[in-house]
Write a protein that binds this ligand. Structure first.
Ligand code: GLN
Length: 233
């Protein structure tokens, strides 16, 4: 069936720079909504996990007995398009490593075939901008802004590398999952958001009608008090 209305993109709005993503998503012609409750996830055509602090999101997950990550993961496996920026890259990765390369136990969705090292370029004051080539977005270089960025230390065969800087991967896609270790939402360039909406969400076979949360919420022993809410902590 052809889509007749603009897709609805949820921006996970627990923490981080969700407001900037919301504006970018609207600017590329989709509808955007801040997502704070698990029940909102079922209505979405796509989800953005913004930049922020991955250990904080891991704590929210702990507070909800793992329900937030479990539900996002379930929808991702059904095909929900998800775009993770910086922190979102860490959350999607199936392996989070220390700088020495040892696996850590930090909670994550673990659905993308990448390993990441958090804060691998150094602290906040080592933030930097770089002009990078992203062939899928055209010839014009992209001004990529890195803020306490993770490094994608390895990329498995399922993940397609879309951009690199000094041989390290900074943008990758695996089917319905997209990650950038940089922050296009604060750059004056909408091409990454446009790619997500027009090339991933609009061309997705994902159907939200098949994705009622009811069964899962039952299995996960969902309690409405555990809905994602920043006030919970
Ligand atoms: N270093 C942060 C983390 O690992 C991510 C930083 C960001 O999203 N800008 O959670």
């Amino acid at each position: 069936m052809e889509r007749t209305e603009k897709p609805l993109i949820g921006i996970l709005a627990l923490q981080g720079d969700f407001a900037e993503h919301l504006l970018s998503i609207e600017a590329v012609g989709a509808r955007a909504v801040e997502v704070r409750y698990i029940s909102q996830l079922a209505d979405l055509d796509g989800l953005v996990i913004p930049g922020g602090e991955s250990t904080t999101i891991a704590k929210f997950n702990e507070t909800s007995d793992g329900t937030i990550f479990a539900e996002i993961k379930r929808l991702a496996l059904l095909g929900l398009p998800i775009y993770g920026t910086c922190m979102g890259t860490v959350v999607l990765a199936n392996r989070i490593e220390s700088l020495a390369g040892e696996a850590t136990s930090q909670a994550r969705l673990g659905i993308m075939d990448i390993a990441v090292k958090r804060n691998a370029y150094g602290p906040q004051k080592k933030s930097f901008e770089a002009e990078i080539a992203i062939p899928d977005l055209g010839e014009e270089p992209f001004t990529a802004i890195f803020i306490r960025a993770p490094q994608i230390s390895s990329c498995g065969p399922k993940a397609k590398i879309m951009a690199t800087i000094n041989d390290s991967v900074v943008m990758a896609r695996q089917d319905n999952l997209l990650v950038t270790t940089f922050h296009p939402e604060i750059a004056d360039d909408l091409r990454v958001h446009d790619y997500f909406v027009s090339r991933m969400v609009a061309q997705s076979g994902y159907r939200k009608a098949e994705s009622s949360t009811l069964d899962t919420l039952d299995t996960l022993n969902f309690s409405p008090e555990l809905a994602i809410s920043p006030q919970k902590r």
